[in-house]
Design a protein around this ligand. Sequence first.
Ligand code: GDP
Length: 305
Amino acid sequence: MRQGRPRSVGRLVTLIENASPALPEITAALSRLPGEAYVVGLTGPPGVGKSTTAAALVAVLRAQGQRVGVLAVDPTSPFSGGAVLGDRVRMQQHALDPEVHIRSMATRGHLGGLAVAAAQALRVLAAAGCTTVVVETVGVGQSEVDVAALADVTVVLLAPGMGDGVQAAKAGILEVADVLVVNKADRDGTRAVVRELRNALALTPRPEGVWHPPVLTTVASEGTGVAELVAALDRFRAGAVASGEAGRRRGERARREVEGLALALLQDRLQTTAGHSLDQLAEAVRDGRTDPYAAAAALVAELLA
Ligand code: GDP
C-alpha cells in the first residue's frame, strides 16, 4: 500500500468498509505512517455534475504530477465496493491510471458510522501517497454536513435551472461551503444563480481578512473553469494554513472520529455485556416499575462501573 499499489489500497479500503475485526490494528498501523493529503469535499444535489467535476479535477491534478484519490461516499445507498463508480463513465478515463485511486463507500453499519469509515479510508489514501483526495458525497442534509467535516475544503456544486440558490440557503449549504461552483454554466440561467448566491452570501457578512467563499462557474463536461477551481482550492489552503484554520479543522475531525468510535464501542458494550440488564430494565419500564430516564441512568452507571 505504501508503494501505492492499487490492489493493496483497494483491499485495505474494503477491510475498512467491511468493518474487519483487524480494523483497530490497521488504524494503529496507519496512524504511524507519514503522508498527508489535501482533502477536497465535493457536494451538491444529484445530477449537478459532481462526478464529472471530480473527473475534471483529477485531470488537472494529474497534469500537475500529483497522485490523486477519489472517494465517493453515498450515505443513501447500501451498495458500494466500486459499484457506484464502476458505472460512472466520467471516471473511466482515469480507471487505468495507477496514480489515481478511485473508491466508493456506502452505508453498511460501520463502527461509528460512515463518516468514521470514510476517515479511515482517507488515511489509507494519504499513506498510499495521494497528495489530494476528492471526497464526493451525494444528497443534501446531515450526511453531507458530516462528510464536509472530513474535508479540508468544501466545494458546493449547484447548477442553473434547479432553483438552487434559494434551496441551498435554506438547506444551510452556504455555511459549509468554502467555494461555491455553478456548474453547467453552458446553460441558461447561470448568471441568475451566480447573482442569487452572491446575494445570499452578502447576507452573512464575514469580517475583513477572513476567507470569503468565491462563486465560480464551470462547464465540467468540457473542463472549462476547472483550473480556476483548482487555483481557488490552492488559495484557500494557503490561507487556512496561515490562519491556523487548517489545523483547527483537522483537530475537529480527529475529535469527531474519536467521539464516533467511542460511542460505537459503548453501543457495542450495551448490546453485549449489558444486554441482560437492558432486557430487565425494558421489562421494568413496560410494567411501570420504573421510568425510562431512571432505567437509562442505571444502565449507563452499570456500563461505566
Ligand atoms: P452527479 O450526480 O452530481 O455526480 O452528476 P454527474 O457528474 O453524473 O452529471 C450529471 C449529468 O450532467 C451527466 O449527464 C453529465 O454529462 C452532465 N453534465 C456534467 N457537467 C455538465 C456541464 O458542465 N454542462 C452540461 N451541459 N452537462 C453537464
